[in-house]
Every structure is written in C-alpha cells, then in structure tokens.
Design a protein around this ligand. Structure first.
Ligand code: AMP
Length: 460
C-alpha cells in the first residue's frame, strides 16, 4: 500500500514503481487511484502489478496525487469487488481509500452501517473504513479520520485520497509498518515498506508513528498525533521473520540484519552436527548466513527457486499451495550429496512446504536433514493482517514439535523460542507475538477465531 503526492508530477507512474516493490505483500490484485485536483480516477483488477498495469494503462491516470494497493486477502474473499483502492462519492467530494491490516471489530461496524441503510458492495473491511469515513462529520478529511479512528479496533494503516490531498494514518498499536519519505523533486511518498520509498528515490524516511495522521499536500507533510499510542504497542514480529523484504527498515531495525541475528540465535539454541547450512530461498537466506556464522558450518545454496511463480502460501487454496512447492524449487545435488544438511526456514505455518522440501533434499543425496526454524511454532491465528489460516489449519495447533518433525520427515527439528527471538531483535516488548503465544493485544471476537472461510458468506 502506498500514497504519492508529487508537485505537479506524474503520481501514477511513481505509484506503479512503488507497487512493484511491494508486490510480495499481495499477489491477488492491484490498483491505483489518482486525483488531478478535480476528478478521482481508478484502475484496479485481479492479478499481479505487471498484469493489471499494461503499457498505456497509466496514461489516463493523470494527476499529481495517487494511492495504490496490492491485495492479499485476510478477510473478505479473493473476489473482484474486494480489489482496492475503493472509490466513493461523498458529500465532500470523491474519496479513495486503501487499507493494510485487519480490523477485529469489522463485523460489528459493518452491521452498524447496514442498520443505517448503507449499501455495501464487498465483503472486505476496507470498504467499511471508507464508508464510515465518508459518513463522519468534520472540517477536513484529517479531522474526519481522527474522529473515526477511535472506532476502529485492530490493525490498520490507511491511505486516503481526496481531490486535493492525501491523508495517511497508522493504528495506535502500530501493528503494521508505514513510513513516509521525501521525493527528490519535492513532494512525499508513504508506503508500507521503506524499500518502496528507496525505489522511488525518497530521502528523510521516517516511520509514521502509531496513532499518527500525516497529511501530504502541496509539497508539505503535516502530522498530527490523532490518538495516543497504546501502552501495549504491538508491532508485528512476523514482518521481521518473513513478511517484509530484507531491504526494509522496521521499528528502526534493518530486516536483513534482524533475520541474520535470528539465524545466529537459532544456531545457539538448536545447534546441529552437519556439513552444510542451506536456506529456503529467499526469505531465509540472511538467517542461514547467521546460522553458518555462529555454528561454523559452511553456508551454501541447495535450492534454486523459480522467482516468477510467486509465494506459494499467498495462493488462496491448499491444493494450489501444495502444487506450488513442487513447481517452485529445484535442488543443487552437487552441494547436497553425501552431506548432513541443516535447512533453515523462516516459519512453519500449515506444514505444507517443509515436508516436500525435506524430501527434495533427501532425493538430492543428503545423508541427514536437520530443519531449523527462525521463529517459534505458530499455534494461533493472526487477526491483524497476516494470513496464517485458522486454528484447524495450523500444524503447531494440532501437533507438538516431535510430531511435526515426523510429519515433515526430518532427522531433527528446532524452533527458535520467543525469548531468543526477542533477544535477536534486541527488544523486550512492543511486539505482537500472539501467533506464537496466543496472548492477543486486545480481546478477539469469538466469531473471528473460526475458519476465515466464514467471512466469504457474510456478504455476497
Ligand atoms: P507452510 O507451508 O504453511 O508451513 O508455510 C511456511 C512457508 O511459507 C515458509 O517457507 C514461509 O517462507 C512461507 N510463509 C510463512 N508465512 C506466510 C504467509 N503469511 N504468507 C505467505 N507465505 C508465508
């Protein structure tokens, strides 16, 4: 998700390149909305950024203000009507909104809107945000946003485009990342990851603070602390572990460095007698480097990944995910044959990936396979914007570590503990580790704890 406010420049084109750098955050759909000071236009569709935006698609999207989004469904089905940004006509002119995260009280808010007679077109909570904002009184969009934010519970970073300005905000728990930077030609960009800001040449990059609203207009960025940051800050640890690109800075830490530290700590907590350390590309590469540094076991590549197939996990069905594993990785037997192998992976979620990977390594001639994972077992669902599946889908909710080891066919299996993970990040608190501990930073509606498929039935 991003927002671009240029000074008379072609905002849609910059948004396009920024979205490309954010493609890993969602591969189901993409969209850009622009404003030329009068009208708001949008182009959005299902597919990758490169499929949705063809040469020429950007030409009609004229204007110096733009917001963009890549979608990965956590609530709401993977359907056309849920593609963002949403554009609505309001009493105060056109409004477009894109949202990263997941509201925990969306059902209740949706119900309230329906009772007031609002017509909802999609099953996504992002439309709820747009309609609530449109119906709120206030002197400006930032004012309306500040009045609406207290009603939203859970994870939300939003970018809002009106005819004449962009307003961005981050929830007071700080679940998901959002940063803002200055364009070399004047103007500002806000994006879910700092890597996208680097792509478009931004300097003076800083995090939007939890509870903060930033208004981007006429080459100026004005900020307001709309809500007090919560005392229980809840940054997502999984951004460090898996979700963000390694070139991102999250909570002031380089994600690449954080992953290397996680690998180092993993080697201390779960050492292995082995001849080679192999990462599961791409997200585990820095962690495998860290594991190799501390253990003294040489690092080498053992998997070659087809980078164009995309993240298997993001595919919305189990069957697609399973096929994805086999189609996505080849091995390098020369680096594996006759060796005891440590395979470093960032996480085991549903347990779909690790088994086939262990099998591939054995077929390539490994004598032993030791799997090491840079986070604790994921035994609880995420209600804050990472698609981890429901309780019944999480392998660590069903099985203990020895059983998971058997299930994936490894000789040994070690998960990093919560304490060591936080030590690797150099933080004592301020993070949400609910997927590991079940200790959620806010009460969760019971209805949310059932399968996410339930949401598909709510609307349409
Ligand atoms: P699983 O096969 O379900 O155990 O998923 C674990 C694999 O998917 C790991 O190799 C991760 O790199 C990747 N992964 C973990 N979490 C996610 C997620 N939320 N979205 C996409 N991929 C993920």
């Amino acid at each position: 998700m991003l927002a671009v406010a240029t000074q008379g420049g072609d905002a849609a084109r910059l948004a396009f390149f920024g979205l490309y750098a954010l493609q890993h955050r969602g591969q189901e759909a993409a969209g850009i909305a622009v404003s030329d000071g009068r009208a708001v236009r949008v182009h959005k569709d299902q597919g990758l950024v490169s499929q949705v935006f063809k040469p020429g698609t950007l030409d009609p999207l004229e204007g110096s203000l733009a917001i963009g989004h890549t979608r990965y469904s956590t609530t709401g089905s993977n359907s056309e009507r849920n593609v963002q940004p949403y554009v609505v006509e309001t009493m105060h002119g056109p409004l477009a909104l894109a949202h990263n995260g997941n509201l925990t009280n969306a059902d209740r808010l949706r119900q309230k809107l329906l009772e007031r007679g609002a017509g909802l077109q999609s099953s996504s909570d992002s439309e709820v945000l747009a309609l609530m904002l449109a119906a709120t009184e206030g002197d400006s969009w930032e004012d309306r946003l500040a009045r609406t934010m207290p009603e939203w519970e859970g994870a939300y970073c939003v970018v809002v485009l009106s005819g004449t300005k962009i307003v961005v905000a981050r929830d007071p728990w700080g679940f998901r990342p959002l940063s803002v930077g200055k364009l070399p030609t004047g103007g500002y960009v806000a994006a879910s990851e700092t890597g996208a800001l680097q792509t478009v040449g931004c300097s003076d990059v800083r995090e939007v603070k939890p509870g903060e609203i930033v208004v981007l207009q006429s080459g100026i960025a004005r900020s307001y602390q709309a809500l007090e940051p919560k005392t229980n800050q809840a940054r997502c640890t999984f951004e460090h572990i898996y979700f963000s690109r390694p070139d991102a800075t999250w909570d002031g830490l380089s994600v690449h460095q954080a992953r290397q530290n996680l690998g180092e700590e993993l080697a201390r907590e779960h050492p292995a007698e082995a001849d080679v350390v192999i990462p599961v590309p791409d997200s585990s590469m820095p962690a495998a480097i860290g594991f190799a540094n501390v253990s003294g076991i040489p690092y080498n590549e053992g998997f070659v990944k087809n980078r164009y197939i995309g993240r298997t996990f993001i595919e919305p069905t189990d069957e697609l995910r399973r096929q994805g594993v086999a189609l996505k990785f080849n091995t390098l037997p020369a680096n594996i044959e006759g060796r005891r192998v440590v395979v470093v992976d960032d996480s085991i979620v549903r347990g779909t990936t690790s088994g086939p990977l262990v099998r591939l390594i054995r077929e390539a001639g490994a004598t032993e396979v030791h799997v090491r994972v840079t986070c604790p077992p994921i035994a609880h669902p995420c209600f804050f914007g990472v698609d981890m599946g429901s309780y019944d889908e999480l392998i660590a909710h069903q099985l203990g570590v020895p059983e998971i080891c058997d299930h994936i066919g490894a000789d040994s299996l070690g998960f990093l503990s919560v304490g060591r993970m936080m030590k690797a990040l150099g933080r004592d608190d301020g993070y949400c580790n609910a997927c590991f501990t079940g200790d959620y930073p806010m009460p969760i509606q019971l209805s949310l704890t059932t399968s996410k498929k339930r949401f598909d039935g709510v609307i349409g």
